[in-house]
Design a protein around this ligand. Structure first.
Ligand code: UT7
Length: 328
């Protein structure tokens, strides 16, 4: 058991260049900018170029995180990619990324926990460093959700975007680092948010394509209610485990799904909105990439200083949720 605490020693992000505005979506489905902004807070999102896949977005974010950590790819012992939009079934996107990075000493695997994937990845990486198994772990949240989004379905197509965020975990000084993790799942809610086609239950076929089973299907209202319930309680559970209270929070970095979900979590925690990192107006919901991109931007914008107490909280398909307290 290693005595030294584990924390985040480098962050990076990458989003594709192409911007899809609400006005653009108005031309594709029966919707309007006002509805999207008032119901979700989203103004625009990014879309990967035809030549870009998830590992390409992950590569750019990872290079930046490794550089920010003052390391080279050869220093990375393990790569975890949280994604629901891998380049392909296998090899894993983490293996594709390992090769692109030249991280020849790293083990690599993907992790599937939808929008909670990045927090699941942090918990896994942190435990493996604490156990003494590894020293430096690259955790990436990367998605090309545009590839599984039905741009004729106004209930979903307004929400999602593409992007990648990465962090390097390693040992940090006493008093800093991760103080707690809370992970949860409720598989009985799996039907609420899913892509059912292309797996072993419904292999790809002409019928699976024509019935749109390779796209995201979501019971928006039910997911919304679950999210509102779980965001506040998951954050409170991680704080309690860390021996802290909500008054201790300097910055909350939530999954960026919907401004109304974030606002209701802030209300429950009795915290002003300024204490939340919010960037969903620019990117929409990037699933596993949302939290690491928001973290990288908070760092870029100097919103985090040494000793700050950060709370990560996310929820998503599975259903899954996760939260964590980190002293920066
Ligand atoms: O990472 C986790 C992934 N998912 C989520 O976090 C999603 C959580 N859910 C939500 O964010 C919200 O439920 C939505 C944004 C998806 C929908 O907002 P809502 O306030 O729950 O709207 P609703 O589904 O209750 O729909 C209200 C009305 C409906 O019309 P009627 O039946 O009242 O006539 C919808 O057909 O709004 C209509 N509507 C739209 N109108 C214009 C649904 N989508 C659109 C749209 N533009 N894009």
């Amino acid at each position: 058991m290693s005595l030294q605490p584990v924390g985040i020693i480098g962050t990076g992000k990458y989003v594709p260049e192409r911007i899809i505005t609400n006005q653009h979506l108005e031309q594709m489905v029966e919707t309007n900018d006002e509805w999207i902004v008032t119901r979700t807070g989203i103004k625009e999102r990014r879309m990967a170029a035809a030549s870009e896949a998830t590992s390409d977005l992950a590569l750019e974010a990872s290079k930046r995180a490794i550089e920010a950590a003052g390391l080279t790819a050869e220093d990375i012992d393990l790569i975890i990619v949280a994604t629901i939009t891998p380049d392909m079934f296998f090899p894993s996107t983490a293996c594709l990324l390992q090769s692109k990075l030249g991280a020849s000493k790293a083990a690599a695997f993907d992790l599937s926990a939808a929008c909670s994937g990045f927090i699941y990845g942090l918990a896994t990486a942190s435990s493996m460093i604490t156990s003494g198994m590894y020293k430096h772990v690259l955790v990436v949240g990367a998605e090309t959700l545009s590839r599984i989004t039905d741009y004729t379905d106004r209930n979903t197509c307004i929400l999602f975007g593409d992007g990648a965020g990465a962090v390097v975990l390693g040992h940090v000084a006493e008093g800093r680092g991760f103080k707690s993790f809370e992970l949860g799942a409720d598989g009985s809610g799996g039907e609420l948010l899913k892509v059912s086609g292309g797996g072993s239950r419904i292999p790809a076929s002409e019928e699976s394509v024509s019935t749109k089973q390779h796209f995201i299907h979501m019971a928006g209202n039910d997911v919304f209610k679950f999210a509102v319930r779980i965001m506040g309680s998951a954050a409170e559970d991680a704080l309690a485990k860390a021996g802290m209270t909500k008054e201790d929070i300097d910055l909350l970095i939530p999954h960026q799904a919907n401004i109304r979900i974030i606002q209701s979590a802030m209300n429950r925690l009795n915290l002003p909105e300024e204490k939340a990192m919010i960037n969903l107006h620019n990117y929409g919901n990037m699933s596993a990439a949302s939290i690491p991109v928001a973290l990288a931007e908070a760092v870029e914008q100097n919103r985090i200083k040494e000793g700050d107490r950060i709370v990560f909280v996310g929820f998503g398909g599975g259903l899954t949720w996760g939260s964590s307290v980190l002293v920066w």
